[in-house]
Design a protein around this ligand. Structure first.
Ligand SMILES: C[S@@+](CC[C@H](N)C(=O)[O-])C[C@H]1O[C@@H](n2cnc3c(N)ncnc32)[C@H](O)[C@@H]1O
Length: 377
């Protein structure tokens, strides 16, 4: 069954997989615990594309599995895969919190890249799950760090690493410690922007200002001054959206991000800075819910990872969508690590592109959508 799973609608490519050795190892190491967990006793967190959820359901005939996936593309892929294999009624999707975890005795977890993301998940499990809960957290060896044990050990008295298999490993955690005050989201004042950032654990860059984002914000004044409707594409904690809304009182901004943690953070950042009436945040894969020719200005600090893999697929998807969503004459402002050299890509998918800034690490470009569509006139 696992061999039938697909990544769609996430980027599909020869070197990107829907199921990997870490998924199989988690399912094998957790098999005895899953066999006795019972219906409603299992939660799955950050399943990539459904391998953990559907693998556990199929092997142990489970019902009422509760699932949280930070990434929308993973959530949609699980739903598609579950339909394809006839198991769509065996699980429900939830936000990270009490509803996901109350009464749960077994948690299968794909370790997130960000330690702060793991810290928020570990705290939630320790806080809300059954005191006898066992956590099976796995990843490929190259993404595991000793710090992950330490983060789990902040919430659990017992953390053990499994023997490796096919360059993958499992950390097993049990005996939850009694939790203190809820640690996330974190709030921090960015003095240089006079802006308060609110960040959940898995949000990009946490409560800090990313260096690329800072460089892009330096060009804020020049970004299409007559714009009324702007989009912060891949908004993370919403710093770009909120900085723009604060600088331009007549402008509305839609922030989009596929990460649930990012969306919750950006909404809270907008509220903390008094611009929630003009900044709307949606969880979306790129801009699939936004109409053609509907925006004057798009700001984007694009991702260069898909999950753990360095891949330009997400950025290209975002630029393609930008060509569709911008009105003729609308502008895309983007920043990227100069070695990635996205200029040709944005020129192709959006329109005529100029480099407007370059420092030792980053390049900022402005692309203007042509009158006849994505290709320059
Ligand atoms: C480099 S971060 C920039 C975040 C934020 N704009 C900033 O400047 O701090 C890229 C963001 O794109 C989001 N992202 C990646 N793929 C996406 C997709 N397909 N649709 C929407 N957002 C996506 C990530 O979750 C991440 O928050």
């Amino acid at each position: 069954m696992l061999g039938r799973l697909r990544r769609y609608p996430d980027v599909e490519a020869v070197n990107l997989y829907a199921v990997d050795a870490a998924d199989r190892l988690i399912l094998d190491v957790a098999a005895d615990a899953l066999a006795v967990a019972g219906d409603g006793g299992v939660a799955v967190i950050d399943d990539g594309y459904g391998a953990l959820t559907l693998g556990a359901v199929a092997a142990h005939d489970l019902r009422r599995v509760r699932v949280h996936q930070d990434l929308l593309t993973g959530e949609l892929a699980l739903a598609n895969n579950a339909r394809a294999v006839g198991l769509a009624d065996r699980y429900t999707a939830h936000a990270l919190g009490r509803e996901l975890l109350e009464g749960v005795r077994v948690v299968l977890l794909r370790l997130p890249r960000a330690l702060s993301g793991l810290a928020e998940i570990a705290d939630a499990i320790a806080r809300y799950a059954d005191p006898g809960v066992r956590v099976f957290a796995g990843a490929r060896d190259k993404y595991l760090t000793p710090a992950m044990n330490d983060v789990l050990a902040e919430s659990f008295s017992s953390v053990q690493a499994s023997r490796g298999r096919q360059k993958s490993r499992i950390l097993t955690a049990r005996d939850p410690k009694s939790p203190g005050p809820v640690p996330y989201p974190i709030r921090e004042q960015l003095e240089e922007l006079d802006l308060e950032v609110v960040a959940h654990g898995a949000a990009f860059s946490g409560p800090r200002l990313d260096l690329g984002t800072r460089f892009l914000i330096e060009h804020l004044r020049r970004m299409k001054p007559d714009a009324h409707q702007a989009i912060d594409l891949g908004c993370g904690t919403g710093i770009l959206a909120v900085a723009l809304a604060k600088a331009r009182p007549h402008l509305t901004v839609v922030g989009t991000d596929q990460s649930a943690a990012a969306v919750a953070s950006a909404r809270a950042t907008a509220a903390a800075n008094g611009v929630a009436d003009r900044v709307t945040v949606v969880r979306d894969d790129a801009m699939s819910a936004i109409g053609d020719n509907s925006a004057d200005l798009v700001l984007c600090n694009p991702p260069f990872h898909i999950g753990a893999a360095v891949h330009t697929g997400s950025a290209i998807k975002m630029f393609t969508e930008t060509g569709r969503v911008l009105r003729p004459g609308g502008e895309l402002w983007t920043v990227y690590n100069s070695h990635l050299n996205y200029r040709g890509v944005v020129e192709r998918f959006v329109g005529k592109t100029d480099v407007v800034g370059r420092n030792r690490k980053f390049t900022v470009t402005r692309s203007v959508r042509g009158l006849r569509g994505a290709r320059p006139d």
